[in-house]
Design a protein around this ligand. Structure first.
Ligand code: S3P
Length: 188
């Protein structure tokens, strides 16, 4: 794996669905020239079925078990690896997970306003079972309710990054630059 002076270990991106973990993570990994890992994609590859199907067939409880197993194998790899990993919105929302991730690498909470998150979730269609089939008002109510429960976990991240502007290539580039500055100060 590439070694790069700007990165000192794995970078774990946490945050709500639609906070930009995948979009920003991919672009940051490219800038740092380290691998990018998307936990949802790993789950789908390993299970050979979509997240939606996992939810449909085994419920959220089964999804969480699979998610936890795959996260463990990835964080073990993170002991020696340099990579950027986008977690699922609910991945770190169990006792002890944020603490473990912060021991292994840098945890970054991607923060975006509720309205921006809702906008992104509506644009991305029905791939997320927790908001699938809901209209704008319902999605907003779900986001607000879930956010309240999840903030105590997200707020344990080592640093917070404003991910509200990732709507086009130019904004992604500017956000990557800002992320690099954040990395410099985080590793200071
Ligand atoms: C979930 C978020 C999704 C995916 C699953 C559950 C959640 O990932 O893991 O649909 O509980 O918030 P993204 O945050 O990448 O959308």
């Amino acid at each position: 794996m590439a070694e790069n002076s700007a990165v000192k270990g794995p970078i774990f991106l946490v945050g709500f669905m639609g906070s930009g973990k995948t979009t920003l993570g991919r672009a940051v990994a490219e800038e740092l020239q380290v691998p990018f890992v998307d936990l949802d994609e790993c789950i789908e590859e390993k299970e050979r079925r979509s997240i939606r199907r996992i939810f449909d067939e085994g419920g959220e409880a089964r999804f969480r078990e699979i998610e936890a197993e795959i996260l463990d194998s990835l964080t073990d790899r993170g002991k020696k690896g340099f990579f950027v990993i986008a977690l699922g919105g609910g991945t770190p929302c169990r006792p002890g997970v944020m603490e473990k991730l912060s021991e292994r690498g840098l945890t970054v909470y991607l923060e975006a306003p509720v309205d921006r998150i809702v906008e992104r979730l509506l644009l991305e269609g029905d791939k997320r079972p927790l908001v699938a089939g809901k209209d704008e008002e319902e999605v907003k109510a779900t986001v607000i309710a879930m956010m309240g429960k999840r903030m105590p976990y997200y707020s344990k991240a080592s640093v917070t990054f404003d991910s509200s502007r990732l709507e086009n290539e130019e904004q992604v580039k500017a956000s990557v630059k800002a992320f690099m500055r954040l990395l410099e100060s985080a590793y200071d």
